[in-house]
Unconditional design. Structure first.
Length: 589
């Protein structure tokens, strides 16, 4: 039906899909923006097509450019990967209308599951357990308050078209309803062009447990066990594992059956994930369905022994599933750590830049899905993920040991990464015990430990007083012995400039001035204050989105807002002024 596939994505997921296409003897086409001209993924495909533009809105999100690339290269099918247009029903229909094969679920299934309220209605009708709450959008904060009286607090207001933690606000009392409702509506409109929201009961300290499903065109639907994705920061997953340390064989059968029922109710085809919450009392609730391949599909592949991308391609070719539910065998334990370009010691601020050192760990039980190499640029315009590190062990303890070994071997220089964070987390008693680690991920204790264990090249003062340097790891031979050494090289000027700007942002434009500037390039998502407001030190001033992560900017001093220089949804650069605060004198005057 097709012998060449265009992958409408970039970086590590594009490379991952190219590998499965190559295994099947199918040609591959990469697309790339101007920023990604020298990236790894265009060179890995059989062909590459320039989309032009820098931002995703100018390149990877432009349907017309993607379809033109498919036509120009003779591709007969499109694989969307994840992110970008992967869950866009309009794009899926446009691909099919162009006479191409869409390697993914039917557009109608994407559309159904893209609306959280419609999805909840469909699941409820199919007997799939959903979190108590509304199945219709709520129209006002007053309705939220009424639901609080009915269901009890806390509640969760969620964007009906949302995902990834966007447009999600927790309400602990009636007094918080109005602000949370307005904020969720605003984020829904900004991120998904849909301001409608609904309400669920907020579950305290649940586990995020999702189930991988496969469905073909012949009515066959199977599940491949669960993944535990509880370790998150601001609803962004950081570590995933399978099986879940909290799921028994009996519970696995039950939630697997729920996932299969949910996929059937959606009229699903292809690979997909039923995301759910496992409450402390053992109750399991449908949360949403991701109608695409997941970032964390890798751990399921290692435990189930199945190439999920290959399965997607075969299903799109019109072939039946290669196995039944009784054929599924889950062996051992797998863990994935997302290696993002972020600095845990600075509140997980994005850390874009050029990768000056890159050396991956290896071994029979170690897998690295990466889209970078030494010299690659981590752009502030895209997702901060550098790579995914995955290991497979005989059991959970074995997998943890192998992951710690692999993390210790990983070398990435030029940008700060989460390597140190993962070392700190995997050695923390809460993770070793298989707990949810609620409150630990963003704790100062873990951040300090992560910084200590970081292992990435960092700026430091030179031994000869010549100024800041960057450490690079290399090898040398001393008396016939090969040893690892650290070489100090002059720090690039842009890093010094970036550090000064971050320091300026942390302390204000001058000693005690109360001027706050942006520590990063991004978009102002939400402004929490207005001119004339009185704020306390540490109070959130605004939220800036950078590299798909939300970052809070806080007041450095207590005082009064005398000048507000930003508004919601405006772009912002490093060093741009945000607010000026007139400090409150020590005597309170």
């Amino acid at each position: 039906m097709f012998d060449k596939v265009l992958v409408a994505n970039r970086s590590e997921i594009a490379v991952r899909i190219f590998r499965s296409l190559r295994d099947l003897g199918i040609g591959s086409v990469a697309v790339y923006s101007d920023v990604d001209r020298s990236a790894l993924h265009p060179s890995y495909a059989d062909e590459a097509y320039a989309l032009g533009g820098a931002t995703s809105a100018e390149s990877y999100l432009v349907v017309e450019k993607l379809l033109a690339a498919a036509a120009a290269t003779g591709a007969g099918a499109v694989h969307p990967g994840y992110g970008f247009l992967a869950e866009n029903a309009g794009f899926a229909r446009a691909v099919e209308d162009a006479g191409l094969v869409w390697i993914g679920p039917p557009p109608a299934a994407i559309e159904l599951m893209g609306s959280k309220t419609r999805a909840r209605q469909a699941m409820q009708a199919a007997g799939v357990p959903i979190i108590p709450g509304t199945t219709e959008p709520v129209a006002s904060a007053e309705e939220v308050v009424a639901l609080g009286e009915e269901l009890g607090y806390p509640l969760l207001i969620k964007a009906a078209a949302g995902g990834g933690g966007k447009g999600m606000k927790t309400v602990y009392s009636a007094d918080e309803a109005a602000q949370a409702f307005a904020s969720a509506e605003r984020e829904g409109r900004a991120y998904f062009a849909d301001a409608s929201v609904y309400v669920e009961r907020y579950l305290e300290d649940p586990r995020h447990v999702e189930v991988q499903v496969l469905a073909d065109s012949f009515g066959n639907v199977i599940h491949l066990g669960e993944r535990d994705c509880t370790i998150q920061r601001r609803h962004q997953k950081l570590v995933e594992e399978t099986p879940s340390p909290a799921v028994s064989a009996e519970l696995r059968d039950r939630i697997g059956g729920i996932a299969v029922d949910a996929a059937r109710a959606a009229g699903y085809r292809s690979a997909g994930t039923i995301e759910g919450l496992l409450a402390p009392d053992g109750s399991y609730y449908f949360m949403e369905m991701n109608t695409r391949i997941q970032v964390e599909h890798t751990v399921t592949e290692l435990v189930a022994g199945i190439d999920l991308v290959r399965a997607q391609i075969r299903i799109a070719l019109g072939e039946p599933l290669e196995l039944t539910q009784d054929d599924v065998r889950l062996r051992g334990h797998a863990i994935e750590c997302r290696i993002n370009a972020e600095d845990p010691s600075a509140g997980f601020l994005p850390s874009p830049g050029t990768i000056t050192v890159y050396r991956e760990p290896s071994g029979p039980s170690v897998r690295v899905d990466s889209g970078v190499a030494e010299g690659s640029v981590v752009s502030p315009l895209y997702d901060p993920m550098v790579a995914k590190l995955i290991v497979h062990g005989a059991d959970r303890d074995d997998a943890i040991g192998k992951m710690l070994r692999a993390l210790g071997e990983y070398r990435i220089g030029g940008v700060k990464t989460l390597i140190g964070f993962h070392k700190a987390l995997l050695t923390h008693p809460c993770f070793r015990a298989g707990e949810t680690c609620h409150g630990v991920v963003e704790s100062l204790e873990l951040a300090a430990r992560a910084d200590e264990l970081g292992g990435e090249p960092v700026a430091s003062g030179a031994a000869n007083g010549s100024g800041p340097t960057v450490e690079r790891v290399t090898w040398a031979e001393v008396d016939g012995r090969r040893v690892e050494v650290k070489v100090h090289l002059p720090e690039p000027g842009y890093r010094e400039l970036g550090r000064r700007r971050r320091e300026r942002a942390a302390r204000g434009a001058g000693a005690g001035s109360g001027v706050i500037v942006s520590p990063m390039q991004g978009t102002v998502l939400d402004v929490k204050v207005a001119a004339g407001d009185t704020v306390e030190a540490g109070q959130v001033i605004c939220v800036i989105e950078a590299m798909k992560m939300e970052n809070e900017v806080t007041a450095v001093v207590a005082g009064t807002i005398t000048d507000l220089a930003v508004a919601s949804l405006q772009p912002i650069s490093v060093g741009d002024p945000i607010v000026t605060i007139e400090p409150i004198a020590v005597d309170g005057s």
